[in-house]
Design a binder for this molecule. Structure first.
Ligand code: SAM
Length: 230
């Protein structure tokens, strides 16, 4: 058996994916494929590269984090992403989760590629995420927008799927509900500002929203007009 210290990034990525499969977190073939392809180490600061394939959140500067891989996997599975879909992400952070979504909605050689729109409030992170997405060949599938994601992105609405990767107050931002397509899915952590939150999957049916609580989570707060105050 190869020691983890001697493994290259690809081997470490495979090992992480196997462990997420063993834990029952990764089940869908397409999500497994995306997690095997997207190089998480290219989305973290240089000094954190060696930790990129541990299942833990990592600091990306400005007090923000890239979520733990099991959380990315779980959200991608619950969103039921498929080729051709239009996705809105609130909280670009490193750009890694947007790249995973892009791999699912616009796989290589797709005849019907979808697109990911992702919004980040910190300009410095927008720049870093764009650089990482460019380096990993994702810039034609992902549009990174600088702004307050609690307002959504009406210009491209409605969206098949919306994911929020920062914790919302219990009252889900109204613009996000409005910008979801009929039959669409919203995946959002909500609760208190200080890390006591639950992950919800919300499905839109006409005027109704079916909401299901998935599990307890810890996310940085969603700051903005329909989020928490900074
Ligand atoms: N999805 C990210 C990734 O793959 O690296 C991780 C996101 S990090 C846990 C949460 C991000 O949400 C932070 O970068 C934070 O600045 C951002 N954020 C918080 N409130 C926001 C808002 N109203 N609009 C856009 N981004 C916001």
């Amino acid at each position: 058996m190869v020691s983890i210290l001697k493994m290259n990034f690809e081997e470490k990525r495979k090992r992480l994916v196997e462990s997420l499969k063993d834990r029952g977190i990764l089940t869908k073939l397409e999500v497994i494929r995306a997690m095997l392809i997207v190089p998480r180490h290219k989305f973290v600061p240089k000094d954190a590269e060696s930790s990129a394939y541990m299942d833990s959140p990592l600091s990306i500067g400005l007090g923000q984090t890239i979520s733990a891989p099991h959380m990315n996997a779980m959200m991608c599975e619950y969103l039921e992403l498929s080729e051709g879909e239009k996705v809105l992400e609130i909280g670009t952070g490193s750009g890694y989760h947007a790249a995973l979504c892009a791999e699912l909605v616009a796989p290589e050689n797709s005849q019907n590629p979808g697109h990911v729109f992702t919004i980040e409030r910190h300009e410095g992170l927008v720049k870093n995420a764009r650089d990482s997405l460019k380096k990993t060949g994702n810039m034609n599938k992902v549009t990174v927008i600088h702004g307050d994601g609690t307002l959504g992105y009406p210009k491209e609405a409605p969206y098949d799927k919306i994911l929020v990767t920062a914790a919302s107050p219990s009252k889900i931002p109204v613009p996000l509900r409005d910008q979801l397509k009929e039959g669409g899915i919203l995946c959002i952590p909500a609760g208190s500002k200080s890390f006591a939150q639950n992950l919800y999957i919300i499905k839109k049916h006409g005027e109704n929203f079916d909401s299901k609580k998935i599990t307890g989570v810890r996310f940085v707060p969603l700051i903005g007009k329909y989020g928490f105050e900074s």
